[in-house]
Design a protein around this ligand. Structure first.
Ligand SMILES: [Zn+2]
Length: 224
């Protein structure tokens, strides 16, 4: 999987090219994070010693999931006369599509793009990264979370939106940078227990990224 922060930054960059319909860009950025929430299922399975097979890169990484989001939010938006929800659903669909495309391009894994149908696309089939690089991909999550939070702060400052949140964002950026440095050391030195600590921090960071995105929705949705 590509790092969540990369998904967020790409979602934001694409969102800034979109027309400003309330909910559309917010949905795109949130949708860019959404598929990897399936890692919560992986976390629960790991803690309960159950099999993690088929939990990641399946349901939430499927084109049927994209369709379901757009249709469900679209219908609810029309019935409740809330165009915001319709736009949000469309944005979520676009964001999940971007996520799937990026996951296929980077790094080293395939995606069950039409789950539950047995269609598995892997552009990296036959490529095995060196072990040191495979390990580095984990702490890089924290580095890219830092980049995403920093990007949000820069945008807020430049636009003069959500200025009361900028200080907090800088703090979270610093926390993620420190975590990156700590995990870079631990991933190469800790023999046991790394995945449990790292996995818990990753899941909290993923929720944090979604919460900060919603809190800074004015920044996210303001076109420069
Ligand atoms: Zn993913």
């Amino acid at each position: 999987m590509a790092q969540a922060g990369i998904h967020g930054l790409v979602g934001m960059a694409v969102g800034r090219q979109m027309p400003s319909c309330k909910g559309l860009v917010l949905g795109t950025v949130l949708g860019s994070f959404l598929p990897d929430f399936d890692n919560f299922a992986v976390g629960v399975a790991t803690l309960t010693s159950a099999s993690t097979d088929g939990l990641h890169r399946t349901l939430t990484h499927s084109l049927f999931f994209v369709l379901a989001l757009v249709v469900v939010f679209g219908v609810v938006g029309v019935v409740w006369k809330r165009p915001f929800l319709t736009n949000l659903g469309l944005g979520l669909g676009i964001g999940v599509l971007l996520h799937i495309a990026l996951d296929l391009l980077i790094w080293f894994n395939g995606v069950h793009v039409m789950w539950p149908l047995d269609v598995y696309v892997n552009l990296w089939a036959g490529v095995t990264p060196p072990e040191w690089f495979g390990k580095l991909l984990m702490p890089l999550e924290n580095l890219f979370f830092a980049a995403y939070f920093w990007g949000l702060a820069v945008l807020a400052r430049r636009q003069g939106t959500d200025l009361d949140r900028v200080r907090g964002l800088r703090g979270w950026t610093a926390v993620q940078l420190i975590l990156f440095l700590v995990f870079v050391v631990l991933v190469y030195t800790l023999d046991r227990g790394f995945l449990t600590i790292y996995g818990a921090v990753y899941l909290v960071s993923l929720v944090l990224a979604a919460v900060l995105t919603v809190q800074l929705r004015e920044t996210v949705e303001t076109a420069v």
